[in-house]
Ligand binder design. Structure first.
Ligand code: NAD
Length: 295
């Protein structure tokens, strides 16, 4: 069992800590929110007084933070975790951040003789609670091999995608495809409605035909066909419009750094920006159906 410092105890980090403790790891936890720290200590973690205190003397440090600026702040700028951890400490950043920051952080870790991987997740808060997250990892093979047993405690699918930043690159591509698929399903159902089709009748056929995809069969954006989808619960998230927009911005940024053309994603991003600006940031991202239907 390992001594783990865990920084960022929000909706995802909190339940991930609980699973690490459940598996017998010793966790020292920090968040700038005292309520989040309290939830972690209730689950059996010890409370650290800051990011540096959470990381000092640990074998592994895991971060689950909102964005690249927080990751830089914790590892390099404010808490300077990379400067205070012992040689041989393994650093695992599970936050969803931009590819460039992820790569730079791993280079900085290597300069200090530390091993680090980027390991963003998919599976949301239910996956975090159930320990069934998918981890997509980038970084040196040896660092991934060390991280794998710990990631297996929090997830059921753990992949090594390639060199530093490859995990973030996979995440950006995945969510770009998901957003496009969600808008395509919403547009198809909105058109079907205007053509007089019943949602269920359309679903029964297209879910077995060539347009079938996860956004349709597991997360259908219209009320009715998929009982567990947010559409049947007033579009309560789930995965918020704000989160999808964040990931689409990361995909846009990644595409710009390599000069890739992503015209469909650009249009879908514009649609999500319009929907968010109308006050819908906290709705589930499948609620984009409402905007498309109203047009
Ligand atoms: P969250 O906002 O609930 O949690 C982030 C936590 O980080 C907060 O508790 C915040 O107080 C803390 N924090 C911020 N700056 C800090 C600092 N300097 N030191 C210590 N703590 C600090 O967000 P979340 O939903 O847990 O998501 C975390 C990451 O996981 C994000 O990058 C998100 O994009 C990604 N993600 C989220 C989901 C999801 O469904 N929520 C799914 C996949 C990936």
């Amino acid at each position: 069992m390992s001594k783990i410092g865990f920084i960022g105890l929000g909706n995802m980090g909190g339940p991930m800590v609980a699973n690490l403790i459940g598996a017998g790891h010793e966790v020292r936890a920090f968040d700038i929110s005292p309520e989040a720290v309290k939830r972690a200590t209730d689950a059996g973690a010890s409370a650290a007084s800051g990011g540096a205190d959470a990381a000092a003397g640990m074998e592994i440090v895991i971060t689950m933070l909102p964005a690249g600026q927080h990751v830089r702040s914790v590892y390099l700028e404010d808490d300077k975790v990379m400067d205070i951890v012992e040689n041989g400490t393994l650093l695992i950043d599970c936050s969803t951040i931009d590819v460039t920051t992820a790569r730079d952080a791993i280079v900085e870790a290597e300069k200090r003789g530390l091993e680090m991987i980027d390991a963003p997740v998919s599976g949301g808060i239910t996956g975090a609670a159930a320990g069934t997250l998918t981890f997509m990892c980038g970084g040196p093979e040896a660092a991934f091999a060390r991280a794998e047993p710990v990631l297996n405690v929090m997830g059921k699918n753990v992949f090594h995608a390639g060199a530093a930043g490859a995990g973030q690159a996979v995440k950006a591509c995945n969510n770009l495809m998901l957003a496009i698929q969600m808008v395509s399903v919403a547009e198809g159902f909105a058109l079907g409605e205007k053509l007089g089709l019943d949602h269920q009748a359309l679903f029964n056929i297209v879910s077995t035909a060539t347009s079938q995809c996860w956004a349709m069969t597991s997360y259908c954006p219209v009320p009715g066909p998929v009982p567990a989808s947010p559409a049947n619960n007033d579009y309560k998230a789930g995965f918020t419009v704000a989160m999808m927009l964040k990931d689409l911005m990361l995909a846009r940024e990644a595409a710009a750094t390599v000069g890739a053309s992503t015209p469909v994603a650009s249009q879908v991003t514009d649609m999500y920006e319009t929907f968010a600006a109308a006050g819908n940031t906290e709705l589930d991202f499948s609620a984009i159906f409402k905007m498309i239907e109203a047009r």
